[in-house]
Design a protein around this ligand. Structure first.
Ligand code: ATP
Ligand code: MG
Length: 579
């Protein structure tokens, strides 16, 4: 397993608390007596579903609060009603809970503070630190300057306090159409940091807000609302991603110029990037709207809802976040790291079952017609307490098509004419004959079994076989649909600006022909199973009508690493090696 950058932890040892720079800062603040209680927050904007990058932020904020005996708030930064929806608010609450965190009574919204934020804006106007600007958006943008050139003062910058107050109050009263005026902080149009060039505090927006309805005709900018919300809530450590480092001087300006009840300190860390994945709500929204995926909870999506539907346990995400750690340097984490955390949890938890994805019928000629017997199969070799189950065996069974080759290459150890293999928990069988249809396709194998190998044990003569196959009894099997997933993007570093070009053509494969052992009739949503030799699977909510539908959560082995190995594909094309 490889990772790029310096942000990743080891592969086997989970990091201990207190080992990253943010925890070090919190510890130092406590030691210095700066705070009685540590208060953090997770501040999502409800304009989409949460993704695995947010999971990093959620774990960091809630874990720090828990480790230091403080509390973590969930606060919706709901300042843009044109993009925010109640459905997103509900989904975010559900996802944070699912991930294993509890904000108790500390659920807040930036919109709870709209009145106070407004009063503070009037205070800025009264002290000559904010003004109403009538420039149109294009002129405003042009006057902003660039990284190398200073901006230009607005012709409206020197309005009197009274005029500003009057205009701002009328903006609030809804007298003006969208986009005609804004309230700006009066800081410095020549500041090297563009965020300080008279940033917008309020804009006119005639829109219905999910919580405040039609009460407001003006809405605070994110930059104006965010830091003050932290201050109102008494957040001690305002933890965010690096893109906000340049906004910190502006947030500090607000804290200095407003009668805030507390002064939170902001600390920035590097956002999570993952190979084969784009973690941006804008892109995820476009994937959903453009029909590139089947909704926010499509199992190919890096959203928490998608990962959950795919069968990824919350514990795996928490484990993954611990392993990658927290740092200030940008890096991209190998998606194989996530798969590793998923397998770690599922290997211990998943019940083993047998399922055949692409069935090939096998008739066991010397097995009595009409007879069925029940054979014992272990539920989980990693967990003795999981016990065992009985699996029916009969004269006609299905094996996997790819476990048979009529003319096998040298290293193909599975079934072929004249060859003997073990059926897991059942018997040794030997292939005697191949039956074809009119088109020449193989439709059936004729085999014999050795009664002295019952349970899949070696016979008294000590004969050995080189392969063990999974199988299901034909008459007892349950038909099912199985959905196999590949990464949504075909390149490790897809381009967010032109993501459509990097979409993989076959990220979803629907297998309608699957046959399951009868115990899978009792599979439950949210309870992982391992289909022996095929991977980890979970029941999809689509199973409510018709045949059950299973999603493959992850394969049994690291396919990313396999792809890199030269010749792996050729071996696969030739039928694979020993299994
Ligand atoms: P995106 O960048 O995906 O559009 P966002 O930053 O606009 O997301 P918010 O709802 O504002 O989404 O994010 C809530 C919190 O999650 C913020 O504190 C943000 O810094 C953090 N966050 C967002 N993306 C990541 C990421 N990839 N890794 C770590 N933290 C993230
Ligand atoms: Mg954001």
């Amino acid at each position: 397993m490889t990772t790029s950058g310096n942000e990743t932890g080891g592969t086997s040892d989970v990091r201990e608390p207190g080992l990253d720079f943010i925890r070090d800062i919190v510890q130092a603040d406590i030691t210095a007596g700066r705070h009685a209680t540590i208060v953090t927050r997770f501040p999502p904007e409800p304009n989409g579903f949460l993704h695995i990058g947010h999971a990093k932020s959620i774990c960091l904020n809630f874990d720090i609060a828990n480790e230091f005996g403080g509390r973590c708030h969930l606060r919706f930064d709901d300042t843009n009603p044109t993009k925010e929806e109640q459905a997103f608010i509900d989904a975010i609450e559900k996802d944070v809970r699912w991930l294993g965190f509890d904000w108790g009574t500390h659920l807040y919204h930036a919109s709870d503070y709209f009145e106070r934020l407004y009063e503070w804006a009037e205070l800025l106007i009264k002290s000559g630190k904010a003004y109403v600007d009538d420039q149109n958006p294009d002129d405003m943008r042009a006057a902003r300057g660039t990284l190398t050139e200073p901006g230009k003062n607005s012709p409206f910058r020197d309005r009197t306090v009274d005029e500003n107050l009057d205009l701002f109050r009328r903006m609030r009263a809804g007298e003006y159409p969208n986009g005609t005026r804004v309230l700006r902080a009066k800081i410095d149009m020549a500041a090297g940091n563009i965020n300080l060039r008279d940033p917008v505090l309020y804009r006119i927006l005639h829109a219905t807000h999910p919580r405040t309805g039609d009460a407001w005709k003006i809405y605070p900018s994110y930059d104006y609302a965010h830091g003050q919300s932290d201050a109102i809530e008494g957040i001690t450590h305002s933890i965010c991603t690096l893109e906000f480092a340049d906004h910190r001087p502006l947030y500090d300006w607000f804290l200095e110029n407003l009668p805030v009840p507390s002064k939170p300190r902001q600390h920035e860390f590097a956002r999570l990037n993952l190979t084969y994945t784009i973690l941006s709500k804008r892109v995820l929204t476009e994937l959903v709207r453009g029909g590139h995926v089947n909704g926010w909870d499509d199992p190919r999506m890096p959203t928490l809802a998608g990962l959950r539907r795919r069968g990824v346990p919350a514990e795996s995400l928490r484990d993954f976040v611990k392993r990658i750690g927290v740092a200030k340097a940008y890096s991209t984490v190998d998606a194989a790291m996530l798969d590793f955390s998923i397998r770690e949890v599922l290997n211990k938890a998943a019940l083993r079952r047998m399922a055949v994805l692409r069935p090939l019928k096998v008739v066991i000629e010397n097995y009595p017609e009409g007879q069925t017997e029940e054979l014992e199969a272990v539920n989980n070799p990693e967990d003795a307490s999981a016990g065992s189950r009985m699996v029916p065996f009969s004269r006609e069974i299905f094996i996997e098509q790819e476990d048979f080759m009529e003319n096998p290459p040298k290293k193909f150890y599975r079934l072929s004419p004249g060859k003997e293999v073990r059926l897991r928990y059942a018997y040794f069988i030997t292939c005697k004959d191949v039956v074809r249809d009119a088109k020449g396709e193989i439709v059936e194998l004729r085999c014999t079994y050795d009664p002295l190998t019952r349970g899949g044990n070696n016979p008294p003569d000590g004969r050995k076989v080189q392969a063990t196959l999974h199988w299901v009894s034909a008459a007892d099997a349950i038909p099912a649909e199985v959905r196999l997933y590949e990464p949504l993007f075909s390149t490790p570093t897809p381009d967010a600006a032109n993501f459509a070009a990097d979409l993989a053509p076959n990220s979803l494969e629907v297998v309608k022909s699957a046959r399951l052992e009868p115990a899978l009739a009792h599979a439950l949503e949210g309870v992982p199973v391992q289909f022996e030799r095929l991977g980890y699977f979970c029941l999809d909510p689509d199973s409510t009508t018709g045949n059950p539908v299973f999603n493959r959560t992850v394969g049994l082995r690291d396919t990313y690493a396999k792809e890199v190995k030269a010749g792996a594909k050729d071996a696969k094309a030739a039928g694979g090696g020993k299994k």
